[in-house]
Structure formats: structure tokens, C-alpha cells
Design a binder for this molecule. Structure first.
Ligand code: CDP
Length: 240
């Protein structure tokens, strides 16, 4: 069956983020910085440890620090329990998270040091890499790591021929009508510079442009939530 215009099962508008969108900073007392980010049924937590001396010594970089992200999806985060431990998928997402965040970090201030970011997905309903990046960006700011800008992340996608925002698990993995679904996770700075974009599927250049515009507006919304959570952690709650 080919659907001309995809109608979302959830009733959301094509450019509507899932709700609730919740963020909290300072959730792990033992970490140097921490945050949680929830969008719909997807929940990520991130803890930052460091900067600290990189060990072993031969891994030290004398010209800049190292951002080391570890993404982990907890076994209980999905209905079919996930085998604990690293996988090809988690290794890939960890690398992508580093690439998405490093452009805003003033990492050259920390030669021979490492900043460890541990991201745990405690509930997953698609969009977990984006939720993890949103949590990690706040946790890095909370840890006091100098940053040039914030990073916000969201997935856009194409359901058959229709561009939609913030795919849920059904839209991401189960929808097969027409051209099926294409998931496009995007991360960007508040200034609008893209630091990460993944695209595995076919899309026309003009539709990709439309998708990126949609992601940009959504990232602005997510940025406001991140900013408020960071302000609230400094007891400036309520102020804009
Ligand atoms: O989570 P994200 O969209 O960034 O990555 P994905 O690899 O496209 O995974 C989409 C969704 O599939 C996840 O968020 C989970 O809800 C689900 N998934 C799962 O149930 N079991 C896995 N081993 C991997 C993913």
C-alpha cells in the first residue's frame, strides 16, 4: 500500500515533538556533571567524570584533551531485554556522540586529560542517540567544561513521502508502507551549525532541506528546555 500523505498514529502533527520533554541537571551526586533528558517515552541520563589525567600514558594527547563517550542501552530499557555490554551499535553511537559534542568543547584547554561521559538509556522508544546527546551536552555544561555553544539533537524522518519530526519506535522501525521510513538524526549548535547528521536511506535534496529546517526549529525548542534545566540547577528557577 502506498500512502500519499502519512498520518501519524499518535495524532501528532508532522512537525510536533513528542511530549513530555523534561530535563533535569545535577541528578548524579558523585559525577562532576550530570543530567537527564526525556522526550516522550525515551529517557537518557548522562554523567561526566573529569577532566582527569588520561591513562594509559601513551593514549595522552599533548595538544588537546580527549572526549570519551560511552553510550549504553540498559537491558530493561526495551520490551525484549537487551544483552548487557558493548555492541557494534553502542560503539557506533558512542563515537557519533563524541563527534556531535566535540565541536563546541574547548577541549584544547585540557592537554593529556580525558573527559569521560557515560550515557545510559533507561527507557527507549527510538531517538535514544539524540536524547543521549541532549543529556550529555547539559551534563558537560554542568561539569563546568568550557563550551562555545550548547548542542541540541533530534531525529527527523521521511515516512513514505512525508517529512516528520521526532520519530517514535513504530515510525522508526516498524512502518513499511510505500517507501518505508528513513530516520535522520541531526545535532546542531544553538547558532545553527550542524555537528552531526546521519542518513541511511533515500531522500531528495529539497526534502532533506525541508527536514533540516524542521530539525532546526525543534532544536530551538529543545535548547530552551536545556537552558532552563541548567538555570534551575543554579537556583535561578523561574527566571527566563
Ligand atoms: O534509538 P535510536 O533511534 O537513536 O537508534 P536506533 O538504532 O534507530 O534504534 C531505534 C529504537 O529501536 C531504539 O530507540 C529502541 O527503542 C529500539 N531498539 C531495540 O528495541 N533493541 C535494540 N537492540 C536496539 C534498538
Amino acid at each position: 500500500m502506498t500512502t500519499k500523505t502519512y498520518k501519524r498514529k499518535s495524532g501528532r502533527k508532522n512537525d510536533e515533538l513528542r511530549s513530555p520533554i523534561l530535563a533535569k541537571v545535577g541528578i548524579i551526586p558523585n559525577a562532576d556533571g550530570s543530567a537527564m533528558f526525556q522526550i516522550g517515552e525515551t529517557i537518557a541520563i548522562a554523567g561526566v567524570y573529569g577532566p582527569k589525567k588520561m591513562h594509559p600514558q601513551h593514549s595522552q594527547n599533548p595538544s588537546k584533551g580527549t572526549l570519551r563517550c560511552t553510550y549504553n542501552m540498559n537491558s530493561f530499557s526495551v520490551e525484549d531485554r537487551i544483552r548487557p555490554g558493548p555492541s557494534r551499535r553502542s560503539t557506533e553511537i558512542s563515537k557519533i556522540t563524541e563527534w556531535a559534542l566535540e565541536p563546541v568543547l574547548m577541549i584544547d584547554k585540557f592537554p593529556n586529560m580525558v573527559i569521560d561521559v557515560h550515557i545510559n538509556i533507561i527507557q527507549a522508544d527510538a531517538g535514544t542517540r539524540c536524547a543521549g546527546i541532549n543529556a550529555a551536552a547539559m551534563a558537560l555544561a554542568h561539569a563546568g567544561i568550557p563550551m562555545k555553544d550548547m548542542v541540541s539533537s533530534v531525529a527527523v524522518g521521511k515516512m513514505d513521502k512525508t517529512i516528520v519530526l521526532d520519530l517514535d519506535k513504530y515510525e522508526d522501525s516498524e512502518f513499511e508502507d510505500g517507501e518505508g521510513s528513513t530516520d535522520i538524526p541531526v545535532s546542531m549548535t544553538h547558532a545553527g551549525e550542524i555537528t552531526h547528521l546521519q542518513l541511511d536511506g533515500k531522500i531528495k535534496p529539497e526534502q532533506l532541506k525541508e527536514a533540516i529546517e524542521m530539525a532546526k526549529k525543534a532544536c530551538d525548542e529543545i535548547y530552551e528546555v536545556q537552558k532552563k534545566a541548567l538555570k534551575d540547577s543554579l537556583n535561578f528557577g523561574g527566571e527566563k
